[in-house]
Design a protein around this ligand. Structure first.
Ligand code: BV8
Length: 261
């Protein structure tokens, strides 16, 4: 039991698991038949905090509008920069878990069988070996400039500071992530939308379904005729549109679901 929510096959998930494995078998015969949308929960068992989990999530201690918005960054760049540096240090020192690895191994057995779409910025899917990950919200370990670059703005050699900056124009370095109120990378979003429209099965793993337009991919898949399965130890905002719910931690359920007989 996890927080009084039944988890794993002993809680009656066995029937649902068997059904979802049937849907997976049907999907794997098709080009990009499987689409997977992941959120912070898929990295929880690697030791990376989520955002909205009660006492352990980032937003239990910080306000998203202060820490994950351009306005918040401009208001207090040093504070926000330090928070991202803390997160970077954390993700550099954690490893992918069995859930990340199960996804990477499945796509090695079924090349072009899966589109992996993530809201996560921690790079753990890539570290696990998943190719072509669609990172909707950017990448924590990469930087970009806050304002338009001048001719001397050089990301490889900025002036040292918190945050680093351009000595010629004072431009600030910022994390290459998508903050609230910012558009998602157009090309990546278009690929994710197309994957949701063309798949026959979408697994929605480790996300509260609170953030749009990412969470809307589940609806797009369902409206296009795909089956939608939510994998999460707790209820989510997307449960109502799921054809099946697998209650449990993704590092336990993904290996069970994706392993070959
Ligand atoms: C935008 C990156 C257009 C930075 C993040 C409708 C349409 C469009 C936009 C909106 C809309 N409604 C509202 C908006 C605005 C806003 C939004 O969605 N607000 C919400 C909060 C209401 N969206 C935006 O601003 C987006 N941009 O729309 O552009 C535009 C342009 C200009 C002007 C207007 C609009 C940009 C959103 C991206 C924000 N960036 N992060 C950073 O990381 O620092 S969001 C942040 O939330 C992370 O990316 C995270 O991935 C994402 C979603 O959270 P989850 O991943 O789901 O994590 P959470 O903690 O919530 O849940 C964890 C889950 O894991 C839980 O369910 C838990 O039960 C589960 N779990 C725990 N343990 C396990 C587990 N699961 C499995 N196994 C376990 N062991």
């Amino acid at each position: 039991m996890t927080n009084n929510i039944p988890t794993g096959p002993q809680a009656g998930c066995a029937t649902t698991m068997a059904l979802v494995r049937q849907w997976l078998a049907q999907a794997q015969g098709r080009h990009k038949g499987l689409a997977v949308l992941t959120g912070a929960g898929v990295s929880a068992e690697s030791g990376v905090p989520t955002f909205r989990d009660d006492s352990t999530g980032y937003w239990a201690r910080f306000r998203p509008e202060d820490m994950a918005s351009e306005a918040g960054y401009r208001r207090d760049p040093q504070h926000v920069w330090r928070w991202y540096e803390y997160r970077r240090e954390l993700v550099r020192n954690v490893q992918p878990n069995a859930g990340h690895l199960a996804l990477a191994q499945w796509v090695q057995r079924h090349p072009a069988g899966m589109t992996l779409i993530t809201q996560n910025v921690d790079g753990l899917h890539q570290k696990a070996g998943s190719p072509d990950v669609l990172c909707l919200h950017g990448e924590l370990l990469k930087n970009r400039w806050l304002n338009h670059r001048c001719a001397q703005c050089d990301l490889a050699h900025p002036a040292a500071g918190e945050p680093p900056y351009c000595p010629a124009c004072g431009n600030l370095v910022r994390p290459a992530v998508v903050w609230f109120g910012e558009s998602l990378p157009q090309g990546i979003w278009a690929e994710a939308e197309q994957a949701a429209q063309n798949c026959t099965l979408m697994l929605v793993v480790g996300t509260s379904g609170a953030v749009y337009p990412a969470a809307g991919l589940a609806q797009i898949a369902r409206q296009a005729g795909a089956r939608v399965v939510v994998i999460n130890p707790r209820p989510t905002e997307l449960d109502a549109m799921a054809h099946a719910l697998l209650h449990g931690p993704s590092a336990e359920l993904l290996p069970q679901l994706l392993c070959e007989d």
